[in-house]
Design a protein around this ligand. Sequence first.
Ligand code: SME
Length: 156
Amino acid sequence: MKMQNPTMADYATLAKTIASLTEGETDMVALMATVACELHHSDDRFDWTGFYRVTEPGLLKIGPYQGGHGCLVIPFERGVCGAAARTGEVQLVPDVDAFPGHIACASSTRSEIVLPVRNASGEIIAVLDIDSDQPDAFTEEDSVALDAILTATFAR
Ligand code: SME
């Protein structure tokens, strides 16, 4: 993490880049890998960026990601990712220590945002998890912009 001149995502440019890189692609892993990569390198707040996929009812398994290793399996009942998958609502967590059941894969994580990922039928197929070593790193603006990218990529 750079402390000087921090880079923050330019979401308008990112959305265009991801749209052009993934045009015509329908393979979910190819799409997730590309989105994880593009997001991760666009913003110094993003220390872990990746997907957990719904592989059977009530269960998330690790998908494409960037950063240190992530837990392989997360049941819907557990953690921030589980809460997003279970409720279908974005989880914006300013302080992970205050979130009951938070799964600490990296002790450096201070805050995170997790968004449900829906396909064209509206089914939740995954969650996007972004973890930051900075406290209170994410805003409603991130939520709106990330959700728009996910919809454009996975629900088309
Ligand atoms: N912060 C997540 C899990 C972290 S990872 O495995 C990268 C959670 O509590 O759902």
